[in-house]
Design a protein around this ligand. Structure first.
Ligand code: PMP
Length: 445
C-alpha cells in the first residue's frame, strides 16, 4: 500500500453514529417520493435463484449478438514505453453485452468500493454504497432531482461549475462566497444566522472541494471541518463534486475529502460524493460514481431505472478490466502522473501570466484541476470584460470563457476562465500575449 496522503482517522468507525434511513425522508423531492422501483428491474435478483425458470425480462438472446471477444491495449503507468494487451473476461463480456444491474457492473462497483476505502478510508458495508453513472454529470442531475423541489432554497458556492447551474434553475440559489482557500464558512455561517425565521432552510450545499471549476481553488482542511459542522448545525447535506481530487498538485499535503472527514463528526451520512474517471482515464468512457448513504443512492437509482436503465455495460467492464489489472497502487501512480502533468502545465501558465499580465490582471495560481480564473484590469467597468472576451479577444485569436457563465443568479463578473489542459508552451505564451494586447488596447481606448 502507498501510504502518502492517506488521511488519519482518529476515532474508529465503530464509534461513529450513522444517520438512520428515516433521517433522509424530509430531504427527498416530490419527484423522488413519487418514484417506484422498476417492476422488472426489482425482480432481476430473483433470476439467480437455482432451479427458477425466468420468463421475466425482455433480454435479447446473446446468440444474436455479433461480438465474440473484445480486447484493447493500454499504456503502463509505471513504464509508459510498455503497452499491455487486455482481453475482456468471457463471462464479464457476456454480462456486459446484456442488460445489467442499475447500480453498475459488479466488477466496477467492487473496484470502486475498494477505491473509496483506499483513498478515503471508508469501509465497505458501513452505511454507504456506490452507483455508477454516465459521468458524474449524470449522477449530479439525478441527485439534485431527488432532493430539490421547485422553489426550494439551496446553497451553492459562487462562482460555481457552469454545468450544474441549469440544474438549480428551479431553485432559490443562495450563494456562498469563495476565495483562494475555497468555499468560505464565514459566509455560510452568516447566511444561516440571518436565515428568515419560519422559512424552510436549505437542504443541500453544492461544492467542488479540489481545483474548483472555475476558480481552481482548493478548500483548506480547517474550512472543510467548519463546513461539516455547519451542515450538522443547520441540517443540510453536502454534495461533494470532486472530479479534480486526483488532479491535486498543491505543495501542502492533500486535505482529506468531506467523505473522509465526516467520520470525525458525531453523526455520519450527510456527504454525497461524486467522482469522475473523465480526467484520469477518458472523458469519452462516460464513467463517474456517486458514493453516499444508501437511501439517497436508492432514490438516484430509481431515476436511472426510469431514464436510461444503466450505464453502458461494455465501457464499465472495459474500465474495470484495466483498473483491476492495475490494482490500487498502480492506479495511484497513474493519478500522480496525471497530476504532475497538470502541475507542469500550471507552472508554465503561471510563468507567462506573470510575464505578460502582471498589473493587467488579478489571479491566484490553482493547486488542482486545469483552470485559471483571473480578473481583467481593464481600467473601466468590471462588466466590460465579458464583451471584451466575447469580441476583441476572439478577433485577436484567443478564446476564453467569460466568468459570468459561472455565476449563480446570472450575476456579472469581471473574471475570465482559461483552461490550460491542452496547450503546449508556445501556445500558452501566445494566448497570454494576445490577452495582454487586448487588455492594453482596451485600457488605451
Ligand atoms: N463537475 C465538475 C466540477 C466538472 O468540472 C465536470 C466536468 N467538466 C463534471 C462535474 C462532469 O464530469 P463528467 O465527465 O464525469 O460527467
Amino acid at each position: 500500500m502507498v501510504t502518502t496522503a492517506m488521511p488519519k482517522i482518529t476515532n474508529g468507525i465503530s464509534a461513529v453514529k450513522h444517520l438512520p434511513a428515516e433521517f433522509y425522508a424530509p430531504f427527498f423531492s416530490h419527484a423522488a417520493n413519487k418514484r417506484k422501483p422498476s417492476p422488472i428491474r426489482a425482480l432481476f435478483p430473483l433470476e439467480g435463484t437455482p432451479g427458477l425458470i425466468s420468463l421475466l425480462a425482455g433480454k435479447p438472446n446473446a446468440s444474436c449478438f455479433p461480438f465474440t471477444s473484445i480486447s484493447f491495449t493500454a499504456r503502463s503507468p509505471t513504464d509508459p514505453s510498455q503497452q499491455t494487451n487486455l482481453e475482456l473476461d468471457k463471462n464479464e463480456l457476456a454480462a456486459a453485452l446484456q442488460y445489467g444491474p442499475t447500480v453498475g457492473e459488479p466488477s466496477l462497483v467492487n473496484w470502486v468500493f475498494g477505491l473509496q476505502e483506499y483513498s478515503h478510508g471508508r469501509k465497505r458495508g458501513e452505511g454507504w454504497r456506490v452507483s455508477i453513472g454516465a459521468g458524474s454529470q449524470d449522477l449530479l442531475y439525478k441527485a439534485i432531482t431527488a432532493i430539490l423541489n421547485p422553489g426550494d432554497a439551496m446553497l451553492i458556492e459562487s462562482p460555481a461549475y457552469a454545468g450544474v447551474l441549469p440544474m438549480f434553475e428551479h431553485c432559490e440559489q443562495v450563494e456562498v462566497d469563495t476565495d483562494a482557500d475555497g468555499i468560505n464558512p464565514a459566509s455560510l455561517r452568516s447566511i444561516m444566522q440571518n436565515w428568515p425565521a419560519g422559512k424552510p432552510t436549505p437542504k443541500v450545499l453544492y461544492t467542488v472541494p479540489f481545483g474548483s471549476n472555475p476558480t481552481g481553488s482548493t478548500t483548506t482542511l480547517e474550512r472543510r471541518k467548519e463546513i461539516l459542522s455547519l451542515a450538522r448545525e443547520y441540517n443540510f447535506l453536502i454534495m461533494e463534486d470532486d472530479p479534480y481530487y486526483y488532479l491535486y498538485f498543491g505543495e501542502a499535503a492533500r486535505p482529506p475529502s468531506y467523505f473522509t472527514l465526516e467520520l470525525e463528526e458525531p453523526e455520519v451520512g450527510r456527504v454525497l460524493r461524486f467522482d469522475s474517471l473523465s480526467k484520469i482515464l477518458s472523458a469519452g468512457v462516460r464513467i463517474g460514481f456517486a458514493t453516499g448513504p444508501e437511501p439517497l443512492l436508492t432514490a438516484m437509482d430509481m431515476h436511472t431505472a426510469m431514464a436510461n436503465l444503466q450505464v453502458s455495460g461494455l465501457t464499465q467492464v472495459m474500465v474495470s478490466t484495466l483498473l483491476n489489472s492495475w490494482g490500487y497502487d498502480t492506479f495511484k501512480i497513474h493519478t500522480l502522473n496525471v497530476s504532475n502533468f497538470y502541475r507542469e502545465k500550471r507552472d508554465i501558465f503561471e510563468r507567462y501570466m506573470r510575464k505578460y499580465l502582471t498589473g493587467l490582471a488579478e489571479w491566484s495560481a490553482p493547486e488542482a484541476g486545469m483552470f485559471y480564473w483571473f480578473k481583467l484590469l481593464l481600467g473601466g467597468e468590471e462588466e466590460d470584460s465579458e464583451t471584451v472576451i466575447r469580441t476583441k479577444a476572439i478577433e485577436r485569436g484567443v478564446l476564453a470563457l467569460p466568468g459570468t457563465v459561472f455565476m449563480p443568479n446570472a450575476r456579472k463578473t469581471g473574471y475570465v476562465r482559461a483552461s490550460f489542459s491542452l496547450l503546449d508552451e508556445p501556445e500558452i505564451e501566445e494566448a497570454i500575449r494576445r490577452l495582454r494586447d487586448v487588455i492594453l488596447e482596451e485600457r488605451a481606448a
